[in-house]
Write a protein that binds this ligand. Structure first.
Ligand SMILES: NC(=O)c1ccc[n+]([C@@H]2O[C@H](COP(=O)([O-])OP(=O)(O)OC[C@H]3O[C@@H](n4cnc5c(N)ncnc54)[C@H](OP(=O)(O)O)[C@@H]3O)[C@@H](O)[C@H]2O)c1
Ligand SMILES: [Zn+2]
Length: 347
């Protein structure tokens, strides 16, 4: 089965593009995309079919792509490559194993983006394909990294037995997170631009849960939904004991570790921690974070609360890395900086 690095790159990038269409909708499952390409890199190369996993319980990406094949094109599968962002599954869940489905369909070659750390799969999907004489190859390192990035919530959650943690806050250039509240100006004060608030709502719609501290809940009365983008509403979590009433769908925890354990047990793969200052400081000091998103507004005032300092291992994405990963750099009067853990970047 001949192919070229350029054709393999194109195939996997397409599969990744399909996968992210379902971002925020597949939990507790990963996002997965698949495309089936006849003779990649050859003059008669042709995309036969493609598919992605839309939500838990629906067809897996490979099954969706196979289902989209015409009967004539199905006969071409021995000369086709399946590009899949995640190792095909090998276990009977809500749907039959995709590795079996690819073998029965007669696929010639499979290129995968990342191995599936789920103990029920974890290399079994690849072994099953290889045992059936399917050519199995890992994507290039660049695309393995990319596939890991698009599925970081699922992968970190399975590997570390806790949800992927995104910490986000808005601040003034000198680190003010809220203005002093007075009778004349009782707040809450928007710390970031209207454009940034829309992006924050998109970010909310991409995570499984949102968490704030009791004091933020009491002072700001945040709705914690994605109304500005019409997005899916994540679970709402509060840490501590708020003095104002909590709606029945808001879950309250006395300890952060209880919140994380509950998320893990309930298939919540990611949490956007939105403050306030003491909650953020706790998560940072405990090393409980994967990604930091800091919105800085050039708007001087007398702060009443200070943003936490960045940990030593917080490494900012470069401008082009931010752009490639879909993060804006500037939103009106607000600058956006994203940080990852430096160990993750050198992995
Ligand atoms: N600019 C921004 O992005 C932004 C975002 C959010 C909030 N804010 C501002 O931040 C301020 C609120 O921040 P804050 O630091 O005063 O309060 P906070 O972090 O919102 O809430 C503090 C409360 O959370 C609970 N808590 C915090 N850490 C905990 C831990 N490790 N274990 C258990 N419970 C924990 C405690 O509740 P109990 O005492 O009940 O146990 C604590 O009193 C407000 O002014 C708000 O406007 C700004
Ligand atoms: Zn599958």
């Amino acid at each position: 089965m001949q192919s070229t690095p350029a054709a393999d790159r194109k195939g996997m990038l397409r599969a990744a593009e399909l996968a992210v269409r379902a971002l925020g909708h597949t939990s507790p499952n990963p996002v997965v995309g698949c495309c089936l390409v006849y003779r990649p890199g050859q003059p008669d190369e042709r995309l036969l079919a493609e598919g992605f996993h839309r939500r838990a319980g629906d067809l897996h990406a490979e099954a969706a792509a196979l289902a989209a094949l015409s009967p004539e094109d199905r006969l071409l599968l021995p000369l086709a490559t399946a590009y899949v962002t995640l190792e095909p599954c090998a276990h009977h869940g809500k749907t039959p194993p995709c590795a079996d489905a690819l073998v029965s369909a007669g696929i010639g070659r499979v290129v995968y983006g990342t191995e599936d750390p789920d103990p029920r799969v974890s290399g079994n999907g690849l072994r099953l394909l290889e045992a059936a004489d399917v050519v199995v190859e890992a994507a290039s390192l660049e695309l393995q990294d990319w596939c890991r990035w698009i599925n970081r919530r699922f992968l970190v959650s399975v590997e570390q037995q806790r949800p992927y943690l995104v910490l986000k806050w808005a601040q003034t250039p000198d680190g003010g997170m809220d203005a002093a509240r007075t009778v004349e100006h009782p707040g809450p004060f928007p710390v970031s631009s209207p454009e940034a608030q829309v992006v924050v709502h998109r970010w909310r719609s991409e995570e499984d849960a949102l968490l704030v501290g009791a004091r933020t809940w009491d002072l700001d009365r945040p709705q914690l939904n994605a109304r500005l983008v019409g997005g899916r509403a994540p679970r709402r979590l509060v840490l501590g004991t708020p003095s104002t009433p909590l709606p029945s769908d808001v879950t309250c925890f006395a300890k952060p570790e209880d919140a994380l354990a509950w998320c893990h047990e309930n298939g919540i793969r990611s949490v956007l921690v939105e403050g306030g200052a003491s909650v953020l400081a706790y998560f940072l000091q405990a090393g409980l974070w994967d990604e930091l998103r800091v919105l800085t507004q050039d708007r001087p005032w007398t702060p009443s609360v200070w943003a936490p300092s960045l940990p030593d291992n917080a490494q900012p994405l470069t401008g082009s890395e931010q752009t490639n990963r879909g993060f804006p750099k500037r939103l009106g009067a607000t600058e956006c900086r994203v940080y990852l853990r430096s160990t993750d970047l050198t992995e």
